[in-house]
Write a protein of this length. Structure first.
Length: 85
């Protein structure tokens, strides 16, 4: 498994009602052993999380089921992340 950094930037369509479904989705991913870390940006622009997946395609397939993505509340960008230190 490789690590993938997911940047979640809020769109103009962001609605705070998506926060709870997003947190529930994260808990399912955590229970499946794929969520490493998660957090929000203090400026309110969005947040990020780190997941484990077999490939970039698998990572995208997973994160694009996140309610913050499916509702259009946030734009997600996924990067393979090689941590060096």
């Amino acid at each position: 498994m490789r690590k993938y950094l997911v940047l979640a930037m809020r769109t103009p369509r962001f609605d705070s009602s998506v926060a709870q479904p997003h947190r529930e989705w994260l808990e399912v991913v955590r229970a499946n052993g794929q969520l490493v870390e998660t957090g929000k940006f203090t400026d309110g622009s969005g947040g990020a999380y780190v997941i484990l997946a077999e490939s970039l395609d698998a990572a995208r397939d997973l994160v694009f089921t996140d309610p913050i993505h499916t509702t259009g509340a946030s734009e997600l960008t996924v990067y393979e992340w090689e941590i060096t230190g």
